[in-house]
Design a protein around this ligand. Structure first.
Ligand SMILES: *[C@@H]1O[C@H](CO)[C@@H](O)[C@H](O)[C@H]1NC(C)=O
Ligand SMILES: [Zn+2]
Length: 222
């Protein structure tokens, strides 16, 4: 943003069409996350400014028509845990996500709920990567200032083994981009997530939430 303001001023003051200047001085083709990174170099002007470099990445191709997704959780071996969780984003790509659903067959009490990096269920719920963590920070709870994007904290099952989930998440997105959760896996775990608060190293990795009980891919609804 800062560089755009400077460039605008530059163009205005010197009557130079920015497009021409940009093309002449642009270096393309440096890949970053699969999107070309563009660097524009603007040479120094004596007694006015130093060399300027504007570095930017192509916008992500957000699909703003997709506003709902669903994850059908299937049990690992004989855990008997199942669930159906719906994600709705009213104003993609930045609006919060409304998350609602039920998970059944749990032991009464708290169980961790996380989105993992991958949605590849070829090895059941076992090889889904870590918690979805595009910003490379440590594990936390859903309300923590620092958390994995995939951290949804705990769900709590009542005596009948059913946990009802009705929550809102401000960070995730359904429309692709760095916070996009579609195509990744939702996992409910054996143990309670300590939300990064326990006094051991693993607390900041996965909250000591234990093994998966059930998982499913987050997929767009029809
Ligand atoms: C959970 O299941 C109960 C019983 O079937 C149902 O009444 C309730 O609406 C469900 N909750 C959600 C958030 O889907
Ligand atoms: Zn986490």
């Amino acid at each position: 943003m800062f560089s755009i303001i400077i460039l605008g001023l530059f163009g205005l003051l010197h009557g130079v069409p920015l497009q021409d200047l940009g093309n002449k001085n642009t270096i393309y083709g440096i890949s970053g996350n699969g999107k070309p990174l563009t660097i524009k170099a603007f040479p120094a002007i004596a007694n006015y400014q130093s060399d300027l470099y504007e570095v930017y990445q192509e916008p992500y191709h957000y699909d703003l028509r997709q506003r709902a997704a669903v994850a059908i959780l299937s049990s690992v071996e004989e855990s008997g845990v199942q669930g159906e969780i719906v994600f709705v984003q009213k104003h993609p790509p930045v609006g919060p996500i409304f998350i609602r659903g039920n998970i059944t067959g749990l032991s009464p009490g708290k169980h961790g709920l996380h989105i993992h990096q991958a949605g590849d269920l070829r090895d059941g719920c076992d090889k889904l990567g870590g918690h979805f963590n595009p910003y490379l920070v440590h594990h936390g709870g859903s309300k923590s200032a620092i958390r994995h994007v995939g951290d949804l904290g705990n769900v709590e099952a009542k005596d009948d083994g059913v946990a009802e989930i009705v929550t809102i998440d401000p960070i995730m997105s359904l429309s692709g981009g760095p916070r996009g959760i579609v195509g990744r896996a939702l996992v409910v775990t054996e143990k309670e997530d300590d939300l990064g608060q326990a006094d051991n190293a693993n607390s900041l990795v996965d909250g000591n939430s234990g093994k998966p009980l059930a998982c499913g891919i987050i997929a767009y609804v029809r």
